[in-house]
Design a protein around this ligand. Structure first.
Ligand code: NCD
Length: 318
C-alpha cells in the first residue's frame, strides 16, 4: 500500500490507511494539525493555502462528522467543495463507480474524499485515476478510517505526555470497526505498548491484521479497564452484522457498557473517547458520555484540524 500512498521522496500522494505509514509522516501531520488550529485561531479565521483547489466529497455511506469536517476543513483552507449527491446522481441509473470518477475528473478535481461500504474502494479509485488527484479514505468497510485515527491520536496527544507509558482499551464492536483498525495502527506507530481489545467473542476481530495480533484480547470488560489511562468505546455497527449477532442491548450494556462504576476501575482521570455516533446506554452511559472525563466532542473539533493538515499535505505542492 505504501507504493500507492507515498511517493519516492516520502511525500504523501493519497491517504488510504495508517498501517505502515512512517512515524515521521504521522507526527508531521499531527504537528501540522496543531499549526492549523493556531493559524486559523481555532477555526475562526479562514486561510487561503488551497485557494482555487477543488475537493469532491463522495460519501456512499451516511456520515455526520467526517463529511462535515472534511467540508469545513477544505473551505477553511480556501478550496471549493462539492458534496456529490449519490442518491440524485447517475449512479442510480447504473453508472459504474470508475465511470463516475472519470466523469468528475474531466471537470477537474484535485481531491476525492471517499467513504464506501466495501473495503478497498478508495485504493481501487486511486489506482484507476486518470489525473493526479489525491484520494482520501473517509472510511472503507471495516478496513480503515485514517483521518479518524489521526484525530484520535491528536486528541490523546493533547492530554498525555508519553505514549509509550499508556494503557489503552478499545472496547465494543471491534470486528466491524475501521476506526479500531486505524486507531491500533496509529497508536502502535506512536509507541503505545499496552493496547487491549475487549469484546464479546462474536465481535472480536478476525485475524486479519498484523497490528491486532499484537494486542491483548480480553472478553471481560471489568478486567480490561482496570488501571487503564484511556478507553476508546465503539458503536455496535448493526449495519455490518448478521441478524442477531449479539444478545439484547440491555445484556450487552450490562457486560460491555461503560458506566461510572466501570470507569472507576480505570486510573483516576482516565480519558473516555468514542468516534461517534454514540448509542447512548447501549455502549456508553449518559453520565460517562457527558461527564468530565469525556473527550467525545473534543475529538469532533480536532477532526477539522486533522483534516486540514491532511489536505494541506496532499494538495499544497501539487
Ligand atoms: C465511524 C465510522 O463511520 O467508521 N464514525 C465516524 O466516522 N466518526 C464509526 C461508526 O460509524 O461507528
Amino acid at each position: 500500500m505504501q507504493e500507492l500512498q507515498l511517493s519516492a521522496d516520502g511525500r504523501l500522494r493519497h491517504l488510504i490507511t495508517l498501517a505502515g505509514l512512517p512515524r515521521a509522516v504521522v507526527e508531521r501531520m499531527l504537528d501540522r494539525a496543531e499549526a492549523m488550529r493556531r493559524d486559523s485561531q481555532g477555526g475562526a479565521r479562514p486561510l487561503d493555502l488551497l485557494a482555487g483547489r477543488t475537493l469532491i466529497n463522495l460519501f456512499f455511506e451516511p456520515s455526520t462528522r467526517t463529511r462535515t469536517s472534511f467540508d469545513l476543513a477544505a473551505q477553511r483552507l480556501g478550496a471549493l467543495v462539492i458534496n456529490f449527491d449519490i442518491e440524485r446522481s447517475s449512479t442510480v441509473k447504473g453508472e459504474s463507480l470508475l465511470d463516475t470518477i472519470h466523469t468528475l475528473e474531466a471537470m477537474h478535481s484535485d481531491a476525492f474524499v471517499v467513504r464506501h461500504k466495501e473495503s478497498g474502494t478508495p485504493a481501487t479509485i486511486a489506482r484507476n485515476l486518470r489525473s493526479d488527484a489525491a484520494v482520501l479514505n473517509a472510511g472503507d468497510g471495516n478496513h480503515a478510517h485514517p483521518t479518524q485515527g489521526l484525530l484520535d491520536a491528536l486528541t490523546l496527544r493533547r492530554h498525555v505526555a508519553d505514549f509509550s507509558r499508556l494503557s489503552i482499551v478499545i472496547c465494543g464492536d471491534i470486528r466491524h470497526s475501521r476506526v479500531a483498525r486505524s486507531d491500533v495502527d496509529v497508536l502502535r506507530t506512536l509507541g503505545v505498548r499496552d493496547l487491549r481489545l475487549c469484546a464479546p467473542p462474536e465481535l472480536l476481530p478476525e485475524a486479519d491484521s498484523a497490528a491486532f495480533a499484537q494486542c491483548t484480547h480480553l472478553q471481560n470488560f471489568d478486567e480490561a479497564v482496570a488501571g487503564c489511562d484511556a478507553v476508546i468505546m465503539l458503536r455496535l455497527q448493526k449495519e455490518r452484522m448478521e441478524a442477531a449477532a449479539i444478545p439484547s442491548e440491555a445484556d450487552y450494556f450490562a457486560r460491555y457498557g461503560l458506566d461510572a462504576a466501570r470507569l472507576a476501575r480505570a486510573k483516576p482521570g482516565c480519558l473516555v473517547m468514542h468516534p461517534g455516533p454514540i448509542n447512548r446506554n447501549v455502549e456508553i452511559a449518559d453520565a460517562v458520555a457527558d461527564g468530565t472525563q469525556s473527550l467525545i466532542l473534543e475529538q469532533v473539533g480536532n477532526g477539522v484540524f486533522a483534516r486540514m493538515a491532511v489536505l494541506a499535505e496532499l494538495l499544497e505542492r501539487r
